[in-house]
Design a protein around this ligand. Structure first.
Ligand code: 13P
Length: 230
């Protein structure tokens, strides 16, 4: 593999899709096809309404899949109607996607809000996966996993050029990489089974955050298959 030993993160972001039945069908199809490999980190991020059922199905099947959320509250538990506090989620999820551009655009989420969410995640042992839209998006302290997701590439069928994504990842690592351990940077935006290899072969990229192509079990299995060959 180019870039030496590295993890490959394949993170399915289902966004606001799938009933519980559809989610369980996906887990039953994808779960048995994910190879058990320490460096292959497959994560599924369902809606909040599906989280506990998906988590149970993954556990019962003993599948090497982690479960994540697509967001969490910037506040502790309390009078925050509609919010999901990190301390309530931590039994269900290992990772949380934070600062996705769809939240920034549709829910006016600010960099300050993202920073508060990261703090909540870290306090509760949840790995924050912060989405950045370019090299200048702030990355809050303590964040070691970032997804570069240029807005023009999301859901458009028009992915960024892998070399460009690699360059952005390099800048992000130079700017934000903690002295020990390093920053892991993923790419997201119109990734499919056809183009995934071009991204994960880039030395500064170690996986992908996948929207549309993650919804279809067969397509996601193909993506996992492409990465398993490396
Ligand atoms: P698409 O893969 O549908 O372009 O979405 C990317 C994304 O936003 C993942 O978080």
């Amino acid at each position: 593999m180019d870039g030496g030993d590295k993890n490959i993160w394949l993170i399915a972001n289902w966004k606001s899709n799938k009933t519980i039945a559809e989610a369980l069908d996906w887990v039953s199809k994808v779960g048995p096809k994910v190879p058990k490999r320490d460096d292959l980190k497959v994560v599924v991020c369902p809606t909040f309404s599906c989280l506990s059922e998906v988590k149970k199905a993954v556990q019962v099947g003993n599948f090497p899949i982690m479960v994540g959320s697509q967001d969490l509250s910037p506040f502790e538990v309390g009078a925050y109607t509609g919010e999901e506090a990190a301390s309530l989620l931590k039994g269900l999820v290992l990772i949380s996607i934070l600062g996705h551009s769809e939240r920034r655009q549709n829910f006016s989420e600010s960099d300050e809000m993202v920073a508060k969410k990261v703090e909540q995640a870290l306090q509760n042992g949840i790995i924050p996966l912060v989405c950045v839209q370019g090299p200048d998006t702030p990355v809050p302290d303590g964040c070691k996993l970032v997804a570069y997701e240029p807005v023009f590439a999301i859901g458009t069928g028009n992915p960024d050029i892998p070399e460009n994504a690699n360059n952005v990842a390099k800048v992000l690592k130079e700017k934000h990489g903690p002295p020990a351990g390093g920053l892991e940077v993923l790419y997201g935006g119109s990734v499919t089974s056809e183009n995934i290899k071009n991204f994960i072969n880039m030395p500064n990229l170690c996986g992908s955050l996948i929207g549309n192509a993650s919804l279809d079990a067969e397509e996601f299995i193909k993506i996992v298959g492409e990465c398993s060959k490396l």
